[in-house]
Write a protein that binds this ligand. Structure first.
Ligand code: NDP
Length: 457
């Protein structure tokens, strides 16, 4: 049973304690929301250009501490140092992008008899962001920074395993000159601090990223208060590889191994057309054997550990020792290590082919033709992401349109970009983050009619 008052942050590569952090109680969350309500009124009253200027200064401060933030991410999350640097850069870049949006929250002017209507994008008030441990810095940023730019205050609860980069970001925000209590970070347990944020009547919206099970609970509790939610949930994304594809590009093992597979967009169902299935199997066997798994702080490492013992046990439960599989290697000893794995004897309706594993494990499945590929790709309750590899452009477009998922890539395993919309179909979520409309998800549209009729003579 974990301590309700304290969080112990472990280095997943060594199991050594990195830090202990006080855990917020429900009362702490309530007090933070009261402070946020006051701060938001002043923040929203700033001229958009001034809000934008402060957010750009925040971006500069993050930039000046990029390496420190990256090293913190390596220690608390076990991310490879290359990935961690990208993640800190992503937080900085999103701040700059969102800052530009503060001055472009444009409404409409709509003609009407006797006058016209104008619309305003009003900030919601206080936004609660609940972030997971798989990409602690980027996901905290995606929920928080567009909300701030739109004139909201943010209370962010990071995952209990990875609170350190979020805490540091809040300090850097103050250093950059953001007013106090506009961006507060409250580490704590999900069922205590997270739930208190969800249930608080003065939190106007919840942005949640995590499991579909917890997301469903968050949505149910928000429904009681008619509180809007953005949900970014699980995935079981297909990688559809046709026989005419560039196999080397299509079968890049980092399409499912990046971040040790702890990625909601990981292409964990590798669907390969029958004529090249055997060739794909051989290619993947060699590719997995070549993956360098080890110390995430070493620049040559390609894959680090899993986040926790709990996650390691969960991943192991999907891979019995005698399961037919292609396997790479992983270190022995302390740390939460699991080797790169591709299950080759799984049925499409098997547990490992249907459930989100969130580890370095994919399943390899054959398909006959385009219709079969689309059927298999859609045979999941999830709909977050996916890739299509073929040299036939028409087919690439047909399949991309037919797959029920929010983020598809053709002849690429492209990842999330802060300037394009991101979100899921089906049980992968609700709403969109990022992209040109990111700020409007944190506003209410207000419609005002203005009469142009003169006073009665
Ligand atoms: P959760 O969905 O439980 O956790 C995500 C966040 O929600 C954490 O900050 C967590 O806090 C918080 N939380 C937990 N319970 C509640 C609650 N009742 N009310 C409000 N907030 C709550 O995911 P897990 O960490 O348990 O991971 C389990 C699985 O979820 C993974 O194996 C993976 O399949 C999936 N997952 C998907 C992610 C994605 O990006 N879509 C991200 C992370 C996980 P705390 O840290 O204290 O638990």
């Amino acid at each position: 049973m974990s301590d309700p008052h304290e969080l112990t942050v472990l280095n997943p590569a060594t199991e050594e304690t990195v830090a202990t952090v006080p855990a917020a109680s429900a009362e702490d969350v309530g007090a933070a929301v009261v402070r946020a309500v006051r701060a938001q009124t002043r923040w929203a009253a700033l001229a958009p250009a001034d809000r934008a200027r402060l957010l750009r200064r925040f971006a500069d401060t993050v930039d000046a501490h990029l390496e420190e933030l990256a090293q913190l991410e390596v220690r608390e999350a076990g991310h490879t140092v290359g990935n961690a640097r990208w993640e800190a850069g992503n937080a900085r870049d999103l701040l700059l992008y969102a800052a530009g949006g503060a001055e472009r929250l444009l409404g409409a002017q709509i003609p009407a008899p006797g006058g016209f209507n104008v619309t305003f994008h009003e900030p919601l008030g206080v936004v609660g962001v609940i972030a997971p441990w798989n990409f602690p810095m980027p996901i905290a940023a995606w929920g928080s920074f567009p909300a701030l730019a739109a004139g909201n205050a943010v209370v962010l609860k990071p995952a209990e395993t990875t609170p350190l980069t979020a805490l540091r970001l809040a300090e850097l925000a103050l250093d950059a000159g953001l007013p106090e209590h506009v961006f507060q970070v409250l580490p704590g347990h999900g069922h205590i601090a997270g739930r208190a944020l969800v249930d608080h009547p003065d939190v106007a919206k919840i942005v949640f990223t995590g499991s579909t099970t917890t997301g469903r609970e968050v949505m149910e509790r928000c429904a009681r208060l008619v509180k809007p939610v953005t949900l970014e949930l699980g995935g079981k994304s297909p990688n559809v590889v046709f026989a005419d594809a560039d196999l080397e590009a299509a079968l890049d093992p980092f399409s499912f191994l990046d971040n040790s597979g702890q990625d909601c967009c990981a292409r964990t169902r590798v669907l390969v057309q029958e004529p090249v299935f055997e060739e794909a199997r051989e290619f993947l066997a060699d590719a997995l054997a070549a993956v360098v798994v080890g110390d995430p702080a070493d620049g040559k490492t390609q894959m680090g550990p899993l986040i926790s013992r709990q996650q390691l046990d969960r991943v192991r439960s999907y891979v019995p020792e005698d399961a037919p599989a292609l396997r790479g290697t992983a270190p022995e000893g302390p740390g939460f290590w699991f080797p790169p794995t591709v299950l080759t004897g799984e049925r499409p309706d098997g547990r490992a082919a249907r459930e989100e594993i969130f580890g370095p494990v994919a399943v390899l499945l054959p398909f006959a033709d385009e219709a079969d590929a689309v059927r298999l790709a859609n045979d999941t309750p999830y709909g977050l992401s996916g890739s299509v590899f073929t040299r036939d452009l028409g087919r690439a477009l047909r399949v991309s349109r037919a797959v029920r998922a929010g983020n598809l890539s053709v002849n690429s395993h492209s990842s999330v970009r802060y300037w394009t919309p991101f979100g899921g179909f089906k049980q992968s979520g609700l709403g969109r983050e990022l992209g040109p409309d990111a700020l409007t998800a944190f506003t209410e549209t207000k419609n005002v009619f203005i009469s142009t009729e003169g006073p009665a003579q």
